[in-house]
Design a protein around this ligand. Structure first.
Ligand SMILES: NC(=O)c1ccc[n+]([C@@H]2O[C@H](COP(=O)([O-])OP(=O)(O)OC[C@H]3O[C@@H](n4cnc5c(N)ncnc54)[C@H](O)[C@@H]3O)[C@@H](O)[C@H]2O)c1
Length: 329
């Protein structure tokens, strides 16, 4: 039985608590959130006690922590938990600054801590199956990957201002997915972006529509297309082209019902947003973390995966600003 301390009980913290609650081999033992109702909601659902961050770190009966706090707190809380001997599940990104991430990962390594970073899409049944088809040789050698990721609507501009920008906040998931599907490290990044959705996003210094082209040392290519708006719902597709074929994952809908008449074909809208679309992935992710810690297995995606995705995001931002292709070593 793995006992968790939960730090941060907002949108994603609550989702993770629900996932842990459904497991027979894990429980939320304690929760801290400065917002009383947020912590109380977890207490009511799981029977967790309310504790301070220091209490959670000092409690020897707590084996692991879930860090679901705002991004600027992640690195400090990872270091605290690592020094306290806890296994760590931390939401993406580890930090918005690569140097800070590296310093934090040094502490994780020194303390020999098990750390998973919340790239939930690696646990989505569709994308897992795409990777499995690649591993089984169904499409031969991977040559080109295409990732389409469009949010239904942009977040509030106040969020955009502290988010780290589209590449670090949104496309970071797609950078990780590109690495997951290419199976090789990316060595070249070029990116472009525009403000097409909301001028306020541009005034906040960000873009809301962007494309990144990635290349590995052996010449494999990935193209990522992001938009902060898709009128038809949360658009999440991948396609991988290989030497012997192609494998793709289409969008998910709540049912597969299609109506056909003289106006054409009508289907259900796409699943609304990440909380609905990736609900099962979040459960699989925490289930995998718990199993890995209990069985002392290697954890993936780990801190290095978090760092690599952030390095790609930074490279994309430099490419957007300079118009040049950025080489990574
Ligand atoms: N993997 C994903 O799909 C995904 C989705 C959403 C958010 N996230 C990440 O999760 C993190 C949280 O995002 P969110 O949308 O849940 O935000 P949120 O604002 O809904 O929740 C954050 C919670 O942390 C609490 N908090 C603030 N300071 C705290 C502290 N010192 N200790 C403990 N709790 C504290 C806040 O009161 C709030 O309840 C962000 O880093 C975000 O990037 C990841």
């Amino acid at each position: 039985m793995l006992k968790f301390g939960l730090l941060g009980a907002g949108r994603i913290g609550y989702t993770h608590a629900v996932a842990i609650n459904a497991l027979s081999n894990a429980s939320i033992a304690a929760v801290f959130d400065p917002v009383d109702e947020a912590a109380a909601r977890i207490q009511d659902m799981s029977g967790a006690s309310r504790a301070s961050v220091d209490d959670i770190m000092a409690d020897g009966a707590i084996d692991a922590v879930i860090i679901a706090t705002p991004t600027n707190l992640h690195a400090d809380q990872i270091e605290m938990a690592a020094r306290a001997g806890k296994a760590i599940f931390c939401e993406k990104p580890i930090d918005l600054d690569v140097k800070r991430v590296r310093a934090c990962l040094d502490v994780v390594a020194e303390t020999n801590t098990q750390l998973m970073v919340g790239f939930n899409r690696r646990f989505d049944a569709n994308f897992v199956n795409v990777r499995k088809q690649i591993n089984n040789g169904a499409i031969g050698t991977v040559e080109m990957v295409q990732i389409t990721s469009r949010d239904p609507s942009p977040p509030p501009v106040e969020y955009i201002k502290v988010s780290g920008g589209l590449f670090r906040d949104m496309m970071i998931h797609d950078f990780d997915m590109a690495r997951f599907l290419l199976g090789e490290e990316i060595t070249e990044v070029s990116a472009t972006g525009s403000v097409l959705v909301d001028p306020a996003i541009g005034e906040a210094g960000d873009v809301d529509s962007a494309v990144a082209t990635l290349k590995t040392a052996s010449g494999k290519i990935a193209i990522i297309s992001n938009s902060r708006r898709a009128t038809y719902g949360y658009d999440q597709r991948v396609e991988v082209h290989g030497s012997k074929g192609m494998v793709c994952a289409e969008n998910m809908r709540s049912t597969t019902v299609t109506v056909a008449n003289e106006q054409g074909y009508t289907a259900e809208p796409l699943m609304d947003f990440f909380m609905e679309r990736y609900a099962e992935a979040y459960k699989n992710e925490l289930g995998c973390f718990v199993k890995s810690v209990l069985e002392n297995n290697t954890i993936t995606p780990d801190g290095n995966d978090g760092l690599k995705a952030l390095e790609l995001a930074d490279a994309a931002l430099i490419s957007l600003q300079t118009g040049e292709t950025v080489t990574l070593t």
